[in-house]
Design a protein around this ligand. Structure first.
Ligand code: EPU
Length: 434
């Protein structure tokens, strides 16, 4: 994970968000697409790639592995992986767990791979056993040595039937990537159904792979000997879209999002409607109007198409201002409640019991200096700040930039009062508040 970042965001609450804003393409789609580019010698072109810290880390990793990555136009990347190395260094995997997605392609293409083992992170332990069991099922010998995981399949991978104990999102992607060049057919059962998995399958098929069933619990991959280059535009970021919709609901706003796939937003839209917001959609656009204080609702995170855990912190911020008592249950990660102590510092009334937060809504939060513990917690605190009285100073802006291309800019374009503050000014501001 990246460090928190020296800069902070200053959010002055009270503005009602109004207007229209375009949504970027999805971080969690771009990362596996870039890993997929390692499967082919042919040139790959990715369009509308968002400018994110995690995307830059992936670029560094691809470069480290020997791929040539050029930005041929703003947001348009040309990648050529004529020859690739077999080792993903710990320094990069440590910074971004999604670096593990290069394992499947390298193992498939070279018959061997070595990658630093990621440690725990702010949202929980996050093991990779399902990825490794899948590689073993495809015929690789997997071992752990000196903080690195090694997988070897000197004779190449062979198709297999793999049952995932849990529908791991990147686990499913890593195994599809590995199986793309395996001999014979692979069936991945209890596969993740996330739209990013479907996007990856589409891209691989454009490269000449034979992947079907993506978006359902059973994905079938018929291995092919090699893949060619292809061009692709990733899907819109459903988490960025959901974050903006929740922001509008928090400020009793009225917004339009463009460039979205409404179907990917069903769970969050259903919950926002339950809180009393009006939400409707037209081709590639979603509209939200929130006229009154939200009603409390119960939320439970689940793999797609359930309510996404990547929107749980933001939804908790909204419910902190709702009328009544809400419950928020996190089932996907074991420690994604890091935003709650910070929301409490802003006046939220939240009690945690196990994995459930009991949120008693208060009419108004109040601004405070708060610390983002991870990307989505950071977004939640910014959103809380929009609805709070006074000024909120969100530390750890670097976390937010890992996965949001320009959240402050998007919010500002909708009328929010939000700006980045360098360290010196932030320190001065803190002094002034003391
Ligand atoms: N798990 C295992 N073993 C494994 C893999 C996962 O036990 O081998 C467990 C995890 O510990 C966790 C649960 O399964 O409790 C879900 O993990 P999953 O593998 O589905 O998550 P992921 O692939 O590591 C991706 C996203 C996350 C998103 C989750 C769930 C990327 C790069 N990351 O992570 O995004 O929260 O799926 O949808 O696609 C974020 O963007 O902020 C983020 C964390």
């Amino acid at each position: 994970m990246t460090e928190g970042g020296a800069e902070r965001l200053l959010v002055r609450g009270g503005s009602r968000l109004t207007g229209s804003v375009a949504v970027h393409t999805a971080k969690n789609a771009v990362l596996p697409l870039r890993a997929a580019s390692l499967l082919s010698r042919g040139p790959v072109r990715l369009r509308a790639v968002p400018d994110l810290a995690d995307v830059a880390t992936m670029r560094a990793l691809l470069g480290e592995l020997g791929a040539e990555v050029r930005e041929v136009a703003p947001g348009e990347l040309a990648i050529r992986a004529a020859d690739v190395a077999d080792e993903a260094p710990y320094a990069l995997v440590r910074r971004m767990r999604a670096s593990l997605l290069v394992m499947g392609p390298l193992l498939a293409r070279l018959g061997r791979v070595r990658a630093g083992l990621p440690g725990g992170c702010a949202i929980g332990g996050r093991p990779i056993d399902l990825h490794l069991k899948g590689f073993a099922a495809l015929g690789a010998e997997v071992s752990l040595r000196g903080g690195y995981v090694e997988a070897r399949a000197p004779g190449g991978l062979r198709g297999a039937r793999i049952y995932l104990d849990y529908p791991s999102h990147t686990g499913t992607e890593n195994l599809i990537l590995a199986a793309a060049l395996a001999r014979g057919q692979t069936l991945i059962e209890n596969a993740a159904e996330e739209p990013e998995v479907v996007d990856l399958a589409g891209f691989l098929n454009a490269m000449g792979a034979r992947v079907s069933g993506a978006g359902t619990p059973v994905v079938r991959v018929d291995g092919v000997p090699e893949l060619r280059g292809a061009e692709w535009t990733p899907i819109p970021d459903r988490i960025e879209a959901g974050t903006l919709l929740i922001a509008a609901a928090l400020t009793r706003g009225e917004i339009e999002l463009t460039g979205v796939v409404a179907q990917h937003l069903q769970a969050v839209v259903a919950k926002l409607r339950e809180t009393g917001a009006e939400v409707w959609q037209e081709q590639g656009r979603v509209f939200l109007v929130a006229r009154r204080r939200p009603a409390a609702v119960d939320v439970k995170t689940l793999p797609y198409p359930g309510f996404p855990n990547d929107l749980q912190p933001q939804m908790t911020a909204l419910l902190a201002t709702a009328e009544g008592i809400a419950t928020v249950t996190e089932t996907v990660f074991d420690n994604r409640l890091g935003h709650i102590d910070e929301l409490r510092r802003m006046g939220a009334s939240i009690r945690v019991e196990g994995r459930t937060a009991l949120v008693t809504g208060v009419p108004r939060l109040s601004g405070a200096p708060v610390q983002a513990s991870d990307l989505r917690a950071g977004a939640a605190l910014v959103l809380a700040g929009l609805a709070a009285a006074g000024e909120t100073e969100v530390h750890g802006r670097g976390h937010i930039e890992r996965g949001y291309a320009d959240l402050p800019g998007q919010l500002r374009s909708l009328g929010a009062d939000i700006e980045a503050a360098p360290l010196a000014e932030a320190v001065r501001t803190l002094g002034g508040n003391a």
